[in-house]
Ligand binder design. Structure first.
Ligand SMILES: [Zn+2]
Length: 292
């Protein structure tokens, strides 16, 4: 979708990134929407194949379309981690703005060949290994050998025609227990991001952003990251929010009196991440004297 491309290009020239948040129910979607609305920044709502299967492909698209009508800032819908052409087509038909066509589990050449066939709407391709599952993992798998190289990135973008590239640059899906506690943060290979950006000249997405060091995020944006995915942190806030709601109101059975507590818990995370991703743009805005 052309509008998403121009929002991403504008973000790039402003030195900010667009936040991408996964949803699989209405509470998550409400929280993401309300946060973007409050901060007046564009946002991407993502739904993977599993999330789409639960909420319904057409239903997610309809919900986002209805929110878009009352939205003053752009809200986009992304079909996250799509592994088959059929499900990519179903999402495109339902009205999704972009597709992450993820064939990264295949050997590189096969990934190139098949991704090329899928490039119809705004498509993101993935190379390297960043793991699967936005969940709490017991131990961290060693992905150090599966990082993307600048040469690979250039070749992939040129031979597939993807609009957006998702490289493996130290990011991983899911979080460790130590990251949930906050004692350990994911660190990114910033030099690699810069080199990949330089070689590929492509829009870049950072998947598996939950639990990443804040400074690394800012440096990664400066190095060329345009979209940042957050899922596990939202799922965690969703669960904690529900638990808090039940603990706070043990006898309550009215959903609309319980669910707003979970929504607030999710919103806190989304607002915090969106503020960080949109920071460089906000600073010059606060000092109008700097504008020529
Ligand atoms: Zn992902």
């Amino acid at each position: 979708m052309q509008q998403l491309r121009s929002v991403l290009e504008e973000a790039q020239s402003n030195g900010v990134a667009v936040g991408h948040f996964n949803i699989s129910d209405w509470i998550l979607l409400k929280a993401v929407f309300a946060s973007a609305q409050e901060l007046k920044v564009p946002v991407i709502v993502g739904a993977s194949e599993g999330e789409r299967a639960y909420l319904g492909v057409a239903q997610i698209a309809a919900l986002v379309r209805s929110l878009r009508e009352e939205q003053i800032v752009p809200i986009f819908l992304n079909a996250d981690h799509t592994h088959s052409l059929d499900s990519a087509i179903a999402a495109a038909k339902a009205g999704f703005d972009s597709i992450v066509y993820d064939l990264s589990a295949l050997p590189f050449d096969e990934n190139v060949k098949k991704t090329r066939h899928g490039v119809a709407i705004l498509v993101e391709g993935e190379i390297g290994n960043i793991g699967t599952g936005s969940e709490i993992h017991e131990s961290v798998p060693d992905h150090s050998k599966d990082l993307s190289t600048p040469e690979e990135a250039k070749q992939f973008v040129e031979s597939t025609g993807v609009d957006i590239l998702a490289p493996a640059v130290g990011n991983t899906h899911g979080m460790l227990q130590t990251m949930v506690q906050g004692s350990v943060k994911k660190r990114l290979d910033l030099r690699r991001i810069r080199e990949i950006k330089h070689a590929s000249r492509s829009l870049l997405t950072l998947h598996g952003g939950s639990g990443t060091d804040d400074h690394d995020f800012q440096d990664a944006i400066a190095a060329g990251i345009n979209i940042i995915h957050i899922n596990t942190e939202l799922r965690l806030a969703w669960r904690r929010g529900l638990e808090a709601a039940f603990a706070k109101k043990p006898r309550e059975i009215v959903p609309y009196k319980l669910l707003p507590i979970a929504e607030e818990s999710i919103k806190e995370v989304v607002l915090d991440r969106l503020r960080l991703f949109n920071q460089p743009e906000r600073q010059p805005l606060a000092q109008p004297g700097l504008h020529q």
